[in-house]
Design a protein around this ligand. Sequence first.
Ligand code: NAD
Ligand SMILES: O=C[C@H](O)CS(=O)(=O)O
Length: 480
Amino acid sequence: MKLQYPQLLKQQSYVDGHWCDADNGKQQAVVNPANGELLAHVPMLGAAETQRAIDAAQAALAKWQALTAKARATILHRWFALITQHTEDLALLMTSEQGKPLAEARGEVAYAASFIEWFAEEAKRVYGDTIPGHQTDKRLLVLKQPVGVTAAITPWNFPAAMITRKVAPALAAGCCMILKPALQTPLTALALAQLAEEAGVPAGVFSVVTGDAQSIGKVLCDSPVVRKLSFTGSTAVGKQLMAQCAPTLKKLSLELGGNAPFIVFDDADLDAAVEGAVIAKYRNAGQTCVCANRIYVHEKVYEAFAEKLAAKVMALKVGAGVDDGVVIGPLIDAKALEKVQTHLHDALDKGAKLLCGGQPLVGNFMTPAVLTDVTSQMKVAHEETFGPIAPLFRFHDEAEVIAMANDTEFGLAAYFYANNLSRVWRVAEALEYGMVGINTGLISNEVAPFGGIKASGLGREGSKYGIDEYLEMKYLCMSV
Ligand SMILES: NC(=O)c1ccc[n+]([C@@H]2O[C@H](COP(=O)([O-])OP(=O)(O)OC[C@H]3O[C@@H](n4cnc5c(N)ncnc54)[C@H](O)[C@@H]3O)[C@@H](O)[C@H]2O)c1
Ligand SMILES: O=C[C@H](O)CS(=O)(=O)O
């Protein structure tokens, strides 16, 4: 992996402004999911080092939150500029450790940077309120103040954006943050820390602790100094962390699993719907929390849609993310591939038909698949597949498909294609999800509130709402 700026390949954790190894010298290998190549080693930090990161954050907090919002914004804008300047290196690091095609990795770097730019400006708009007094001698005010020391635990599928979507609002609000990135993708996180240090983020304000998830997570959850935890990952782990945070009553943001329905009505623009389905289904090889997990197509257009989708899917090039023209990279590991194959064969065993793809290739690769005649009896209907399989279900009317779309514990994202305006409003309001894409398969950006309901989590990231997750409200009642 040849970087233009070799200082971005970090093989140490970043605690209290210092690059460090684990106290016991333990390390974890980082491998390329496309070919199993050893990329680097990172330290396996544990409880003691995590506690030091918390202590450093507590020590740095007063000075950091005392800066003006503009002063914090200036540092964040410098961080944004450095990330943008080093896009190629960050994209190569990301593709090497996570597998996504370079074009997607470049896009994620820009997406990740956009949260820093957005919250640099939001920092200056943390407004409070004055409230008309309830008595003539009272003056009432509301202040917004930073939560304090915060922690973040992030997944492997978006190694940059899931981090900046947390760190940016935290630092903008005047908080400090300790981050534990996924073990599979620490290099991108450490490179972001290198650039944060170069941008002038003071020691202790932002630390990156790589290592054993359970022991690091326990220290972060148990510490009364840590006043907030922001987690992105599976619903199962999210529930566990929520329970671990209960004794210290932390503020929580949970961005969890999904099971997105993608509905094609009979009045949809079929070519647009196919284009949207390809993006919503196969982005990041289907390893995205907002991926279309179930595709419902009206019986009148089912065959035409299936044929058009299969033609597009068969043209998607599969291969290593660094290779030209590759659209579908490897899955993150053999276990992920096995789960996707299990979903595929479960559906086939229960009567689904394979229109194209589905073949496992050498290593963690498989060809993107389209399944037809899928029913609610199959695993793909109820579990998050997290891979490149498009299961097509038939439906006959609006009420039926709304009921099927909502028949899940999850509530993150949903999509539908239709042109009748009354139907668009009816369906948008009836879908039980935090986010709904209408005639589009790509909804994620820094300006809109990202998040879900039910088993998909709590809170929102990005948008004007995202910084509230890192603020506390204080009411002042003043006698005059
Ligand atoms: N809602 C969203 O915005 C969003 C975004 C990306 C991924 N996800 C979800 O994440 C899942 C895939 O990502 P994943 O496999 O990394 O999820 P995961 O839950 O296995 O891991 C997520 C993070 O939690 C850590 N972790 C795991 N067990 C832990 C524990 N006991 N204590 C502390 N930390 C622990 C992991 O090391 C990793 O850093 C999918 O369900 C996907 O839908 C959701
Ligand atoms: O996996 C889900 C992430 O949130 C990715 S994105 O925000 O939808 O790009």
